[in-house]
Write a protein that binds this ligand. Structure first.
Ligand SMILES: *Cc1c(COP(=O)(O)O)cnc(C)c1O
Length: 368
């Protein structure tokens, strides 16, 4: 039995009828950018994820960038985030004109540690940007307290955590503002690129609607230097279909994870631990093993696909060399980057496939 890391053909097949109908509706409407599908999607998304408003944009990177810009973050400002995340998190900070500042991780969750964030703060810190990594919520309360004391905003990078809950609340706009990505592999993914900002302040929502559309108030009236970051009607229609399945898909992800947790327990790997404050949605199921590369190779030989999220901490990436980071700066992130391995996990994965993966990990982890 082979178990690919992802299976989009199975995903599309399960939805084909609903998707075809949605796509046909848009084609028949003759309206492709900023129209009724996008508006309906924004309303449905905000309602599903417990935000006052949602502003759909072209991708998750620009959702982060525009959220920061709408809050007034720009050149000369520092934004504290994680060194172990999609590089796009920190690239978005740079695109907003600000400087990413990294803070080391809590070894239990691999999310940023509030103590490390506190140590990284300077008089130039203008926003906090924690990431709900792998679908597991970051411990928000201490970070919100830090932000409140300093009078600065906290933007949630919820690009991996659609529907996850922190102390009973859906993440994304618990702080008042957060970013989502609809990259195809995300828990809620388009058939192309897409993103959204969840936001509770109507003024900020208004600024975001301007910024994503060239800074226009009305057509041809450009009041700020915005960009083109619009979600098209086809993707919005697809996302409306998929949003209806999100809760069930997240439950299925948790059920697959439960098989992994039960059947890998006791093997020579470190398993993810859901914290008491969290209800994770397992965007990724990430184990840790000291000889990760040989374990990945051995699984590959059995037809089991794995990936590494992420092999190089951001402070060691050439794209961020100007920030002056060096090996040893963030020991928890650096150690994790050498040990983490993402196992296949998606709603279409069968119980039999999950058991096969678990049995292989058990058997190979001891030998790898
Ligand atoms: C996917 C992702 C992004 C970027 O989203 P895109 O839609 O690919 O631009 C940002 N942050 C995190 C944590 C992500 O997983």
């Amino acid at each position: 039995m082979t178990v690919p890391f992802g299976d989009f053909k199975a995903h599309v097949a399960a939805l084909r009828g609903e998707i075809d109908a949605a796509v046909s509706r848009v084609l028949d409407s003759g309206w492709f950018i900023l129209g009724p599908e996008g508006e309906a999607f924004e309303d449905e998304l905000a309602a599903a994820l417990e935000a006052r408003d949602a502003v759909a944009v072209a991708n998750g990177t620009e959702a982060i960038q525009l959220a920061l810009e709408a809050l007034g973050v720009g050149p000369g400002d520092e934004v504290i985030t994680s060194p172990l995340t999609a590089a796009f998190t920190a690239l978005a900070v740079q695109r907003a004109g600000a400087r990413p500042v990294f803070a080391d991780l809590d070894p239990a969750t691999l999310n940023v540690s509030p103590e490390a964030v506190a140590r990284a703060m300077t008089p130039r810190t203008k926003a906090l940007l924690p990431v709900h990594l792998y679908g597991h919520p970051v411990d928000l309360d201490p970070l919100l307290e830090l932000a409140r004391t300093r009078g600065i905003p906290l933007v949630e990078d919820a690009c991996q955590a659609h529907g996850a809950r922190y102390k009973g609340k859906t993440v994304g706009a618990i702080s008042g503002i957060g970013a989502l990505s609809f990259y195809p592999t995300k828990n809620l993914g388009a058939f192309g690129d897409g993103g959204a900002v969840l936001v509770n302040d109507p003024d900020v929502a208004g600024r975001l609607r301007q910024l994503r559309n060239g800074g226009q108030t009305d057509r041809y009236h450009h009041v700020t230097a915005g960009i083109n970051s619009r979600l098209d009607e086809l993707q919005a229609a697809v996302l409306r279909v998929k949003l209806r399945h999100l809760a069930a898909w997240n439950e299925r992800r948790r059920a697959v994870a439960a098989i992994y947790l039960r059947e890998i327990e006791g093997a020579a790997v470190r398993l993810p631990e859901e914290q008491p404050y969290a209800r994770t949605v397992y965007h990724l199921f990430v184990i840790r093993h000291p000889r990760r590369d040989s374990l990945a190779t051995a699984l590959e030989e059995r037809g089991i696909g794995t990936l590494i999220h992420y092999p190089i901490p951001l402070h060691l990436q050439p794209a961020f060399a100007a920030l002056g980071g060096k090996a040893g700066d963030f020991p928890v992130a650096e150690k994790a980057a050498g040990e983490i391995l993402s196992l296949p996990l998606y709603p279409e994965l069968t119980d039999a496939q999950a058991r096969e993966v678990a049995a292989s990990v058990r058997e190979l982890a001891g030998r790898a």
